[in-house]
Ligand binder design. Structure first.
Ligand code: TYD
Length: 240
């Protein structure tokens, strides 16, 4: 067999193996949370690379957003002043579309779904930060995230970048023009941070707490180490 033909045969076999693996592998839903300025973006991208390097197919997405409709709603929510119920309804409308169009199909294919924020952000920002009624948020959560068996769709793992509101504010001060949330005073972020801490306490098996006050390299070691300990990544991965 010529080298070219052999490599085509081998790559065909690999493709069949990958397809077979994808069929038996359950999807993995990971969300990333933390107050603005916690520095999650670079780590999300690096984690996507790490999962791909281990042969997983990755869907990288974010909230609010992730579909054309949800991205339009994101622009409204981050840009326009509105009352708290309107804000919550738009965020959950975006989430509904995102779940149906992107997250559920990706999980059904066996993808690793890496989602920059999910419903914990709504409880932290709209609930704890804005002081909006958490019972109403729970009702909306039920409407949007209930599955056929009645269970709520939640991330399997939530990586929580826990940073002091003061450090986050000084990181943000060097960044771009703030959106409607980033422009909030420190007291708002103290409430949001407390909201995340309460969510983490209520679901300790789902939350991976990362000390995000640390330098970037140490934060990455914590992230990758936590995934290795849970058996979700095979080996520690060097930072990029
Ligand atoms: P963020 O995820 O930090 O994206 P970027 O890095 O592009 O700024 O910004 C999204 C903002 O939306 C953030 O300030 C938190 C806010 N938000 C809510 O208030 N409620 C929610 O449910 C979600 C998902 C986000």
């Amino acid at each position: 067999m010529s080298t070219i033909v052999r490599s085509i045969v081998i790559s065909g076999a690999n493709e069949r193996m990958n397809t077979a693996n994808a069929a038996v592998r359950p999807g993995l839903f990971v969300s990333f949370e933390g107050i603005d300025g916690a520095g999650k973006s670079t780590h999300i991208a690096a984690l996507a690379d790490a999962f791909r390097a281990q042969g997983r197919s990755v869907t990288l997405t974010r909230e609010p957003g992730g579909t054309p409709l949800a991205e339009k709603l994101r622009t409204l929510v981050l840009g326009d002043a509105m009352d708290a119920l309107t804000e919550a309804l738009l965020i959950f409308a975006a989430r509904r579309d995102h779940l149906r169009q992107v997250i559920e199909p990706a999980l059904a294919r066996g993808d690793v779904v890496l989602c920059d924020r999910f419903t914990d952000a709504t409880f932290a920002y709209q609930g704890a930060g804005r002081g909006f009624d958490e019972d109403v948020l729970s009702t909306l959560e039920h409407w949007v995230q209930a599955q056929d068996d009645g269970q709520l769709r939640q991330p399997d793992v939530t990586v929580w970048f826990d940073i002091s509101p003061q450090s986050a504010a000084s990181r943000l001060a060097d960044a771009r023009v703030p959106d409607r949330f980033e422009a909030q005073p420190l007291a708002f972020f103290e409430r949001v941070a407390a909201g995340y801490a309460a969510r983490a306490q209520a679901a300790p098996e789902r939350f991976l707490r990362i000390d995000a006050d640390a330098d970037r390299h140490t934060v990455w070691q914590q992230v990758t180490g936590a995934f290795v300990r849970r058996g979700l990544l095979a080996i520690m991965v060097a930072p990029r």
